[in-house]
Design a protein around this ligand. Structure first.
Ligand SMILES: [Zn+2]
Length: 545
């Protein structure tokens, strides 16, 4: 439980202090000051905002200072109407609202409720909230409290301030309840909040929603395609398992109808589920993007995003006047599937360079840059040539094929460790033999990932902060330490490197070695063997790619 004494809340004497109006008796107006803890989103995170309100004698005047955006300035009109709709009086005097920290821009409508409460407390029409309380929500002109984006981020920011009770829009309450240690007080109307402050009775605790698998579907996760439904394709299955275990980016190459998309959609089901902090982070990003429906639970399954090839840059990596996360961030800690890679615009693919290298995207905004997490595993699919027909039926010219492949090998192919050809399954379902399901494979993947985590720790290998230590991050310089091998394996590597017909650059060789490392980890071995290297070398394209 957070320590409420550390809460950034006003000292009691400064809250709701007011003086009587002229003439004694019940004051026509009260004049005083109040301080309320509110919350506002900045990028995908939220920040605590102290809302200080002074109601003073003077001509009617209502000003908000402290870098408010247009939406926050417009809060004045919503607050005025909502206060009146709740049967309270709007002071026709000099009202000054100051938002701090003053140097950070405040966006969105989440401060409405705090501004309204500050005004009522400063004018003596409501008690100030007790220590440990914070408030957020948009106000309707009729006094209703409306949901906002990013409620989970606001709960995280509030908890860091020692908040124990968080007044929030009723439609956001289940989202706030996802965070342990903080109690949501769901308000439907401004009146609800005023009732709780006046009386001893608080609303009953909010029930916790079930975990959500897919953003977009409240309740239990919608089923993902299972590996058991994939017929044949032994090589592609093997590649998927290696990709899941080592976090390797993957390219599936094959003609239309070969089942590339189905295979790619199986990958999230092979990855370990998201644990506590990771699940909160992923859910918060989806909430800020407005992709989390009311009542949805914590996202515990790695997300799968499959943006259309016409997706513009801003939607792919995030952006906008008030920056929102893009597909790359919505795929954070999950899988970004680029189906038919050749169809994507080059500038869109170029924009994915930064997240592929650093695990985040930087979005420019008026007040400096905003950084969104975007550590996804890339799965791309492509046809072998522009027409996509197999060998005999393909009528593409050599030049067409060359130009097509060059476009493919642009910014992304260089980061892909695993490349596999997918052929149409020729086998009838019964001939394929028993097929392993995703769960069985996931157990091996989890064991292999544990070995990797131990090795990264033991050898002090580096990986981007906040991201799982998987073989994708292994660097060539440390290879002697992370890939111990006998003389036969070393000779094979040497042969591969010298064999000009294989066209392996030293970069290509490191990719082979990383995948070989993962193959050994899947079998629980520390030493990399000839078999591991031969297997890894199979997942490279012949020269010309
Ligand atoms: Zn063709």
């Amino acid at each position: 439980m957070p320590d409420t004494e550390e809460a950034v809340l006003p000292a009691p004497e400064s809250r709701g202090a007011w003086e009587a109006g002229e003439g004694g008796g019940p004051p026509p107006w009260a004049f005083g000051a109040s301080t309320i803890l509110g919350l506002a989103c900045t990028g995908w995170r939220a920040m605590p905002v102290l809302v200080e309100t002074v109601v003073d004698r003077g001509l009617p005047h209502f000003v908000v200072v402290g870098l408010p955006s247009t939406a926050v300035r417009e809060a004045r009109e919503r607050v005025r109407a909502a206060v009146r709709a709740s049967g309270r009086r709007f002071p026709l005097h000099r009202i000054t609202v100051s938002l701090s920290p003053a140097d950070l821009p405040k966006e969105g409508t989440s401060l409405d409720l705090a501004v309204a409460l500050g005004l009522l407390a400063a004018s003596g029409q409501a008690p100030a909230p007790p220590p440990g309380w914070a408030v957020f929500g948009e106000l309707g002109l009729d006094g209703s409290v409306r949901p906002v984006r990013g409620a989970l981020s606001m709960a995280v920011a509030a908890r860091q301030q020692g908040v124990t009770h968080l007044v929030c829009p009723a439609a956001n309450a289940r989202e706030v309840a996802l965070l342990p240690g903080i109690r949501p007080l769901p308000a439907r109307r401004l009146d609800d909040l005023l009732d709780w402050l006046a009386g001893p009775v608080l609303p009953p605790p909010v029930p916790l929603p079930e975990a959500a698998g897919d953003p977009g579907a409240p309740g239990p996760p919608a089923p993902l395609p299972d590996l058991a439904s994939v017929r044949g394709q032994p090589w592609a299955r093997r590649a998927l398992e290696l990709a899941a275990a080592g976090g390797h980016h993957l390219l599936l190459l094959g003609p239309p109808g070969a089942g590339k998309t189905l295979l790619a959609s199986c990958l999230p089901g092979l990855l370990p589920p998201l644990d506590g902090e990771a699940a909160i982070e992923v859910t918060a990003i989806h909430s800020v993007a407005g992709q989390l429906p009311p009542g949805a639970g914590l996202i515990q399954r790695p997300p799968l995003r499959a943006p259309h090839h016409a997706t513009p840059v801003a939607a792919m990596v995030g952006g906008g006047k008030v920056p929102r996360p893009g597909e790359a961030s919505l795929a954070h800690r999950g899988v970004l599937l680029l189906d038919e890679l050749a169809e994507f615009r080059r500038e869109t693919l170029e924009a994915l360079r930064e997240p592929l290298e650093a695990g985040h995207v930087t979005v420019a905004r008026l007040a400096g840059a905003e950084r969104f997490p975007a550590a996804f595993q890339l799965v791309a699919t492509a046809n072998p040539c522009p027409c996509g027909q197999p060998g005999g039926r393909c009528h593409c010219s050599e030049r067409q094929v060359a130009r097509y492949r060059q476009a493919l090998s642009g910014p992304l192919l260089d980061r892909i460790d695993l490349q596999v050809r997918v052929r149409r399954a020729a086998l009838p379902p019964t001939a394929a033999g028993p097929r392993e399901d995703s769960r069985t494979v996931r157990e091996r993947v989890e064991a292999a990932r544990q070995l990797q985590a131990l090795r990264f720790h033991r050898l002090g290998l580096s990986h981007p902060p906040g991201q799982p230590p998987v073989n994708r991050w292994l660097e060539a310089g440390d290879a002697a330490r992370w890939a111990p091998m006998g003389p036969a394996a070393r000779r094979l590597l040497d042969t591969l490197y010298r064999d000009a017909s294989l066209g392996l650059s030293s970069r290509g060789l490191v990719k082979v070695l990383r995948v070989a490392r993962t193959a050994a980890d899947l079998e629980g071995r520390d030493e990399v063997t000839v078999d591991d290297i031969e297997l890894a070398a199979e997942f490279r394209f012949p020269p010309g790619w």
